[in-house]
Design a protein around this ligand. Structure first.
Ligand code: ATP
Ligand code: MG
Ligand code: MG
Ligand code: MG
Length: 356
């Protein structure tokens, strides 16, 4: 029989819209001979809704007007209700595998993965630990550093410290780093809340902006660098794709460039030396294994244009997943087609259940 897959999309996240694009793409391409697809939307204020309409309405955001409110989603084993999709007549459809097509907070950060663990339904991608470590730029840097992975200099601050004594905090940051400084919310993605500060005023306003998204902030030494990305796939047996290069259209690869005007270009494989290519692919696997990764991740790097140094920037445990996103494109160039990639991710989820 067919395998029941539930795509979970939207979510209480600054990356809600990105998830809609990733989901409609997976929905369109997934092998429908093999999988029955169910779609569960999460609104921006966190309400779960069963949706059984077209992928186009997911993509354009109008799905919310077409939800099926007679159908209940139950992920909590309660003793008097089955886990799965419960229809009006009480009939329950079992979910074989959950596919969180969510990015950012409440989707990529281990929170929903914890719920999935409780439901005992296999799910695509990283577990609780890897998701939360990968999402938290401050903790992740500490783990990468312990693994001996090279990184740019950084420091951090938080709302409480900054509001208590802004001047001291700015002084401390300026002692450690030189302009330009990248200001980032600790837990987010898609460049939301990120800015590049070239002086103290911009540093201050950048931190205030980032504090709208998170109470913890990371500050990084800005580098003039090539941006290289690698796709990683697997559970115990992990492989890395050939690396690609992102060429942002503007000063840096911001939200607008990523999803609105898409003016950036890319090159796969990246035009880098064989040594760098090998090195970066190995580092990507090391980072993935080091955070206890499972399923998939996209690992982002910088190669300094002046010194040639390689720095790991970050790991994204649920990277953008439209058919034209970097993660699937890098696999495609490595010889794994989008439809087969989706298939493999679901199989990895089903296998990981057996590993426990
Ligand atoms: P995503 O999860 O979508 O990949 P993100 O929100 O986690 O993105 P980063 O990848 O950390 O954010 O940073 C976004 C972009 O900002 C990078 O792709 C790069 O263009 C620029 N950037 C970030 N940090 C630095 C840095 N230290 N030096 C130079 N550029 C940087
Ligand atoms: Mg990221
Ligand atoms: Mg991300
Ligand atoms: Mg990134």
């Amino acid at each position: 029989g067919k395998i029941n897959v539930a795509l979970i999309f939207g979510g209480k996240s600054g990356e809600h819209e990105v998830s809609l694009l990733s989901t409609s793409s997976i929905y369109k391409y997934i092998d429908k001979e093999k999988y029955n697809v169910f779609t569960i939307g999460i609104t921006k204020d966190g309400k779960w809704m069963y949706y059984d309409g077209s992928p186009e309405n997911i993509e354009n955001g109008s799905w919310i007007d077409f939800v099926n409110k007679n159908v209940e989603i139950n992920l909590i084993p309660s003793g008097n209700k089955e886990v799965g999709i419960i229809y009006e007549d009480g009939k329950t459809e079992k979910i074989d595998v959950l596919f969180p097509v969510l990015h950012g907070p409440y989707g990529e950060d281990g929170t929903i993965q914890g719920l999935f663990e409780m439901s005992e339904i296999p799910y695509v991608g990283c577990g609780v630990l890897a998701s939360s470590v990968g999402m938290d730029k401050i903790v992740c840097k500490k783990v990468f550093s312990q693994l001996g992975l090279p990184q740019v200099n950084y420091t951090d601050t938080n709302r409480w410290l900054f509001n208590k004594d802004e001047k001291t905090e700015l002084d401390l940051i300026e002692d450690k780093l030189e302009y330009p400084i990248f200001v980032k919310p600790a837990n987010l993605g898609s460049s939301v809340g990120i800015s590049k500060a070239i002086n103290r005023e911009e540093l201050s306003s950048g931190i205030k902006e980032a504090l709208k998204y998170d109470s913890r902030i990371v500050l990084e030494q800005g580098v003039n660098a090539k941006e290289i990305e690698v796709a990683v796939l697997g559970n115990e047996d992990v492989r890395a794709s050939i690396a690609g290069e992102i060429k942002p259209a503007k000063d840096f690869y911001d939200y607008e460039d990523k999803y609105i005007n898409g003016a950036s270009t890319y090159e796969i494989p990246a035009n880098i030396s064989e040594d760098d290519m090998k090195n970066i692919r190995e580092m990507a696997i090391k980072a993935f294994k080091g955070i206890d990764g499972r399923g998939l991740s996209r690992v982002d790097f910088f190669i300094d244009r002046n010194s040639g140094e390689i720095f790991i920037n970050e790991i994204n445990t649920l990277p953008g997943f439209t058919n034209i996103s970097m993660y699937p494109k890098m696999w495609d160039k490595t010889g794994l087609k989008y439809i087969n990639l989706i298939d493999e991710l679901i199989q990895l989820a089903l296998d990981s259940k057996k590993l426990k």
